[in-house]
Ligand binder design. Structure first.
Ligand SMILES: [Fe+2]
Ligand SMILES: [Fe+2]
Length: 294
């Protein structure tokens, strides 16, 4: 793949940011060990927050719920980070490695590997386990990593990064939350901000001068990807593991206006960017509305 390197100053700045501001949490330095008296995440981010099921739980049961939920959220984050690397490394295999944008991409992959390791460590420190993803997510993951082209790959990853950015800002400063999650959230928020700038710039570069049809199709695929991520955060296995009735939990989550409001808040910056880049066509809007992201 060859690509005009006309945004080199920005890529250089991002590389400089990576040099100045990076963490390495290898070796389990995530702050503390298992602490069952803490939540896994800010409770207001639980999809069940405020529902009848939530009100029926004791405080220790709520903490157990958010620990199980955050472990799944982090599993989804790892799934996304690995998929991003497969797509982008495949598309950059054999290109000039001294180009600033390619060097930044290598740096981003290094960040993502350490994030995945850090999140896996946080799941273990919570005393939790990885929840297998459902079949739709596995299929979509395969389609994504096999077929996604640049702006679609960056767009879907940006959607995931924006949602995690807003959630993790809350988790990182909430002392109701277990230290392992607070610390990893802080690191992730800092390091992901340059990834988001990179993804936005790459999308602008790739979309310059493309046909209306391609822009339309890419916009719809990004919306479908964002929809799958948002829906994938709610996993029936975790509610069943906790002895909750899945049908009731699902109904309550679907009707939970608080949950919708939190996710709309999480995607507001993404929606603003997509609108500016003319990536919010009629079909894409309908998909975002269906996933309560708009
Ligand atoms: Fe990451
Ligand atoms: Fe990232």
């Amino acid at each position: 793949m060859s690509e005009p390197d006309d945004s080199a100053p920005l890529y250089g700045e991002l590389l400089e940011s990576a040099r100045r501001l990076s963490f390495d949490l290898r070796g389990g330095d995530t702050g503390a060990g298992t602490e069952s008296d803490r939540h896994g995440m800010t409770p207001e981010w639980s999809p069940l927050y405020g529902t009848p099921t939530w009100h029926g739980l004791s405080e220790p049961e709520r903490r157990r719920l958010t620990r199980r939920e955050v472990s799944h959220f982090l599993g989804v984050a790892i799934w996304l980070e690995v998929a991003l690397q497969i797509v982008l490394l495949r598309r950059n295999h054999g290109v000039d490695p001294t180009r600033a944008d390619v060097k930044f991409l290598f740096n981003e992959c290094a960040d993502e590997n350490l994030h995945s390791l850090m999140f896996a460590g946080a799941i273990e420190q919570l005393g939790e386990r990885y929840s297998p993803l459902d079949r739709v997510m596995l299929l979509m993951g395969w389609l994504f990593r096999t077929f996604a082209w640049d702006e679609v790959a960056y767009g879907i990853v940006l959607a995931g990064e924006e949602v995690f950015d807003v959630m993790q800002r809350d988790w990182s400063i909430d002392d109701r939350v277990a230290p392992a999650v607070r610390r990893s959230s802080h690191v992730h928020v800092v390091e992901e901000s340059r990834h988001m700038s990179f993804a936005r710039q790459k999308m602008r570069d790739r979309l310059r001068g493309v046909s209306r049809v391609r822009r339309y199709v890419s916009a719809v695929l990004i919306a479908v990807g964002a929809h799958i991520i948002a829906k994938g955060l709610v996993n029936k296995g975790i509610y069943r593991d906790l002895g909750l009735d899945w049908r009731t939990a699902k109904q309550e989550i679907d009707r939970n206006e608080h949950h919708r409001m939190m996710f709309r808040r999480a995607t507001a910056p993404l929606v603003e960017f997509l609108d500016r880049e003319r990536l919010l066509n009629r079909v894409a809007r309908a998909v975002y509305r269906k996933s309560n992201l708009l």
